[in-house]
Design a protein around this ligand. Structure first.
Ligand SMILES: Cc1cc2nc3c(=O)[nH]c(=O)nc-3n(C[C@H](O)[C@H](O)[C@H](O)COP(=O)(O)O)c2cc1C
Length: 207
């Protein structure tokens, strides 16, 4: 009898945890599958506190050797956009959005030489900064989706025509490149995510 009571107590304690975990898993996967590029926005302002949360999510991304090459320039003043984004064909969505985040990358790494940790730091190219920036951008987009916001990854790197005005107008240091631009706002339309599931793209064991 004692054993049955104990089992019942354990079950009643653990069952809600298992359920909560399932709910959390569903919520995370739903967030990933609901994300879509949103290019039209309402007039509603995205509060600064939410922008900070989006940036926290971006900075939580995985990064090779934990280098964290990312920097962010947050823009709200649309009167600057003609100069900053001259040469970028996405002006309409930048101007309509509530906030534009320019994701920048330091393409170098400065640290003591591997062979002598006590020697002065040296600066060398970071071969994998693009991978870090892709992960960082996706985190930002997923966080925007979680807040019911619309956002769109907009290319900047590696096109000189779009990068040069951004570098100049935002005063980026020589070793920092503008990787991409993400306009964010409350969606104006009810856009749906695309279904990209293609099982034929998967090979098991060997191509
Ligand atoms: C590297 C990269 C560059 C992109 N550049 C642009 C862009 O310049 N302008 C734009 O409207 N969308 C851009 N996108 C968004 C893609 O068009 C979009 O992700 C794709 O059509 C799939 O749609 P989805 O994001 O709704 O799933 C870019 C996406 C990536 C990953």
């Amino acid at each position: 009898m004692k054993k049955i009571v104990l089992a019942l107590v354990l079950f009643s304690l653990l069952a809600p945890c298992a359920y909560a975990q399932k709910k959390e898993t569903k919520a995370v996967l739903n967030n990933i599958h609901q994300r879509k590029s949103v290019r039209t926005y309402s007039d509603k302002k995205v509060p600064d506190e939410i922008v900070t949360e989006l940036l926290k999510a971006a900075m939580a991304a995985p990064t090779g050797m934990n280098i964290q090459p990312w920097y962010f320039v947050v823009l709200r003043d649309t009167s600057q956009y003609d100069r900053i984004f001259a040469g970028n064909g996405n002006m309409k969505k930048f101007k309509e959005s509530s906030v534009v985040i320019v994701l920048c990358a330091d393409t170098t790494v400065t640290r003591p030489p591997r062979e002598n940790p006590n020697a002065p730091a040296v600066t060398s190219p970071n071969a994998i900064w693009r991978d870090d920036m892709g992960a960082c951008t996706e985190n930002l987009l997923l966080a925007a989706e979680a807040y019911g916001l619309g956002a769109c990854w907009t290319a900047c790197y590696p096109f000189a025509r779009t990068m040069e005005p951004v570098k100049r107008e935002l005063g980026l240091p020589a070793n920092v490149v503008p990787y991409c631009v993400v306009p964010i706002g409350y969606p104006r339309l009810d856009e749906k995510p695309k279904d990209k599931w293609k099982p034929e793209k998967i090979h098991y064991g060997r191509w």
